[in-house]
Design a binder for this molecule. Sequence first.
Ligand SMILES: [Zn+2]
Length: 435
Amino acid sequence: MVSSPESDRVHFSAVGRSNPDMEGAFTVAYLSADRVRLVNAGAPPDVEFRGTLAAEEARSIRRMDPIRLAAELDRNPDWVVAEEEGGRLDVRWPGSYALASVQLEDGRVRAVSTVADLPLRGRVPVVWSWTWPPDAPDGVLELMVDGRPMFRATGARRVLPPAEAERLGHPSGGQPPREVPGRAWPAVVDMRTETIQPGVHVVRGVRTGFHHLVVETGAGLVVADAPSGWVEIHRLPPADLVPGLGISGLSERFLDYLSGQWPGVPIRAVVLTHAHDDHAGGARAFSAAGAEIYAAAEVAGFLETALNRSEMPVDRLSGVGQDVRVIGVEGTVVLSDADLPVELISMGVNPHVDAALGVHVPSAGIFFQSDLLVPRDTASTPRPDRLETDCWFASWATRSLPPGTVVHNSHGTVSPTIGNLAGYLDHDGCRGRTG
Ligand SMILES: [Zn+2]
């Protein structure tokens, strides 16, 4: 991370696994309060969001630096609600729902303890700690979430020469960045319905990069996945990716959208493809709307416990006085219908998660899954950065689904056929891997 003492400018790079089967690297440059650039040094051009409201986000990233953080607290004495023994401060950042306990030592911050509300894990402790001896140029930051390491950063403190600092502002490859309206940063809700077959739709843009299958059956809508608000834990304090949506808020807005598109049509069921926060965390909203909730049998108990926590933020289900009930799927369960029966297929252990459901609409030739295949094109080759999962899914799908089936997914807009996927298995990257 590179930051500046006079401005909110921050340059932040990280490498890591967003999922057990996905590793990636990214660099974000907060160039000014209204300009954020995604730096694509490996594959220019960069993408630049103009007209953002990202000053607070930039400050929340910059707090990774324990000296900048101490200086900021010094400039804002009204954030400190109490001083405890041993140099500990109780701090409330503007807009944050939780207090943080800040430990100061030698003019820098030694540790920050706070909490975050995660959809499926509840309110969990979030602890940042810095090991950075006063005279040493290098330090280590560790972020523990619910007792587990989430993030580790090393810092080398030095003042950049002006030329080097200036170079950081240059767009990658000398190419002009691709400009994107600032309101799209970091994620927006911009829902629209794309009809892919009569009675079978994908609602796109439930938030940026989030798409949901909706099937019109005679008994009501069958929906794949219950999205939830996302907490950005690498920010201090942790903050909602889409501000103000909390945990159930995103699914509540999605349901309002569905009732606007299909007035008077009940929500028959929501199918939770897997037990990750972003796909299952909004299920309480569906329960409040009267929908049946389906998940793989292996995770149904976990989800039921997680979704019925008492200490979670107030939502539409809180007032109803009813518990979430999750129906476990083993093998295949059919939601019957004269025209569009919907098969829920348990897919078992895979490289992404230990249990997953796919949603198959055989009469429309459509299959929907989440996170097992997110192709960038319909070429018959797997993604080099997702080989293990792509090959696993291609093997499963070619064995389990009719050849003409088109595969849709929750994070992308490219929909290959089983024929495309059969090609994966002949590719070098998939040879020798077993499904
Ligand atoms: Zn996932």
